[in-house]
Design a protein around this ligand. Structure first.
Ligand code: BMA
Length: 320
């Protein structure tokens, strides 16, 4: 279904420069947000050092495959004003809304995981907008435009405790906002399918507008195996005017750990889609059916992979 790039893994720890004092011979680089900016492919990477601290770094590429990682750690201006200690910022998702770029990420704090929001116009300067969730939540993805006058996002409250692991969740919700800062939960959108590939779920990259609905790539976790959870990618399409309605949802995953770099690493058996670049949009802003789609994913929480498809193939997979 998805075709892995032959150069996979396209980014590994050896591509991350040393940036003293924080980054020296880093451990891992994974779960990137992705966007096209000034005709370049741009990723915001999650980099972990050997102290298991997490940093966000930018990487750029002319062809979407060969990336150069910046030698600067991204600073979100204003985040220092958050009173509570922030342990990690990770899993950035990038959405362009009305000419500005918004980055939503997870923030691990003593009170649990929160969603943070930042904004940039140039991917050099980043302004922290605020903490935009209550309770324990991850996998927040902003829609690229308002729907019926509201900003929208999918998010995933962490209500399930994985045995010996972090808290997870099995329901994706739709939330709405007037100002991107204060959010209200609208309703549940879809839940995990107990016993199958996607028991726990969370959004992957931000949804993409197509004539058939919002194309929504998500990750699913199969938790019923003895030794390990398996993280896979899947696809659904949601109604354009009311994205809380699932129009179609694939029965099969579209990407699962098979290659060695996906099967083994810091966390085994993980493909975690977090960035998606659609090459072609029509004049009304819909992704064209024949457009190439590049999906960027973390593999085994250790490296970055890329796999290709088309809008048409992904929509078809949602109907299987
Ligand atoms: C999830 C998140 C992801 C991670 C995945 C696999 O709960 O923490 O960032 O990639 O687990 O470990």
């Amino acid at each position: 279904m998805l075709k892995r790039n032959s150069k996979n893994p396209i980014i590994t720890r050896s591509d991350v420069p040393d940036i003293l004092p924080h980054l020296v011979d880093v451990s891992s680089v994974f779960n990137p947000g992705a966007i096209k900016f000034n005709d370049k492919y741009l990723l915001l990477l999650r980099v972990q050092n050997r102290g298991r601290e997490t940093f966000i770094l930018k990487a750029e590429s002319k062809n979407g495959i060969d990336f150069k990682v910046d030698n600067k750690i991204i600073e979100f201006k204003g985040i220092e004003n958050v009173k509570e200690k922030i342990y990690h910022i990770y899993d950035a998702r990038i959405t362009k809304i009305a000419g500005e770029y918004f980055i939503m990420f997870a923030m691990d704090m003593d009170s649990g995981c929160r969603l943070g929001l930042a904004k940039t116009n140039d991917f050099d300067n980043y302004e922290f907008i605020g903490i935009v969730s209550e309770g324990d939540v991850r996998n927040g993805v902003l829609f690229p435009e308002k729907v019926n006058g509201k900003y929208l996002r999918f998010d995933r409250p962490n209500k399930v405790q994985l045995e010996g692991g972090p808290s997870s969740g099995n329901t994706i919700y739709l939330s709405e906002s007037d100002n991107l800062l204060n959010w209200k939960t609208v309703k549940p959108v879809m839940s995990g399918r107990f016993h199958y590939w996607d028991e726990n779920i969370g959004s992957g990259p931000p949804p993409v507008k197509t004539k058939e609905g919002w194309l929504h790539i998500y990750h699913g976790v199969a938790t019923h195996f003895a030794s390990s959870n398996i993280y896979q990618a899947g696809v659904a399409v949601n109604n354009l005017n009311d994205p809380s309605i699932v129009v179609s949802r694939g029965k099969f995953n579209i990407l699962e750990p098979r290659e060695l770099y996906e099967l083994t690493g810091q966390v085994q058996n993980v493909v975690f889609p977090s960035g998606m670049i659609v090459e072609d949009y029509d004049q009304e802003g819909f992704a064209t059916l024949d457009s190439k789609v590049l999906i960027y994913y973390g593999a085994a929480d250790t490296v970055v992979g890329m796999a290709e498809s088309t809008v048409r193939e992904l929509i078809e997979a949602s109907k299987l």
